[in-house]
Design a protein around this ligand. Structure first.
Ligand code: SAM
Length: 273
């Protein structure tokens, strides 16, 4: 990794706890808050229910703290890492586990599904600056059958939020249409090196995919203009009268806003439009 992101390095320098790499300066811009607690790492692998024979995609391997217990399960693991400074460390780990493949590069530009070549589970301590795009990418991928990720606690609360609350939004609806999200554990900032400014949580989503592409399009439209009513958000795509009839058929207030509808109501709405 070169350029702007790699330059934004923290002042703390820590040795890698398993390969002995010294003086690694964490990149704040790349979300490099590493884990070292083996019990916590084992608990994340257990939350993900990774077993021998599974295929796993890890986004952001860092120094391999989570990669190692994932590989130890006997699963086929594809571990993505964007920061070239970590390649040596990860290649050492790769030599220990024949079923581990380290992929150096940007996960968002990769064809992860083609690499996995079948159903896979995604497990990661996510770099916080790209949490939402990574989550949407995984949830949109028909080959992804489970997601277990460390995210900021606030993001975890948004993912599991129910309609009407302040945390409920497009991420909640999308995650709850994709599966059954639940917070498996909260993790204090002191568990990371360096510690971030916020606490974190592990979210596990058993992916079962309800709703179709049209439902996803309706959800996107409904949350495209947060302050507008649902009718006004849907009107540019489906027309005002079709939007009004569908909302009425659902027995909803004509002035309802998108954040009042449950994922189940979005499925019905998409059928009606
Ligand atoms: N898995 C390690 C751990 O738990 O200690 C590291 C997790 S750290 C929160 C996130 C990692 O993601 C960093 O090593 C960072 O360099 C990497 N990363 C950031 N952006 C990435 C991207 N677009 N594609 C792949 N890896 C990325």
């Amino acid at each position: 990794m070169r350029g702007r992101r790699a330059e934004n390095l923290t002042n703390d320098a820590a040795a890698c706890y398993h390969c002995g790499m010294e003086e690694f300066r964490h990149s704040h811009a790349l979300g490099q808050n590493f884990l070292t607690d083996r019990n916590l790492l084992a608990a994340i692998v257990a939350d993900a229910d990774v077993k021998s024979g599974d295929t796993v995609i890890e986004v952001g391997a860092g120094q391999g703290a989570l990669t190692r217990p994932l590989a130890m399960t006997g699963a086929r693991v594809f571990a993505f890492e964007i920061d070239g400074r970590l390649e040596g460390c990860l290649r050492e780990l790769e030599k220990e586990y024949p079923a581990l493949t380290v992929v150096m590069g940007d996960f968002m530009k990769s064809d992860a599904a083609a690499l996995a070549a079948g159903p896979y589970k995604a497990v990661a301590n996510l770099p916080y600056y790209i949490t939402t795009p990574v989550l949407f990418r995984l949830l949109d991928d028909p080959m992804c059958e489970g997601v277990t990720v460390m995210v900021q606690k606030e993001v975890a609360e948004r993912i599991v939020a129910r309609p009407g609350g302040k945390d409920y939004g497009v991420l909640s609806v999308s995650a709850q249409l994709a599966g059954r999200p639940r917070i498996t554990r909260t993790v204090g900032r002191q568990m990371f090196t360096p510690p971030p400014n916020v606490d974190s949580a592990v979210v596990h989503i058993d992916v079962c995919r309800r709703g179709d592409e049209k439902t996803a399009a309706v959800v996107r439209a409904a949350f495209s203009m947060r302050r507008k009513t649902l009718i006004n958000c849907l009107a540019p795509v489906w027309g005002k009268s079709a939007a009004a009839s569908a909302i009425e058929a659902l027995g909803l207030d004509p002035a309802v806003r998108g954040e009042r509808l449950s994922p189940e109501q979005y499925i019905e709405l998409a059928k009606l439009l």
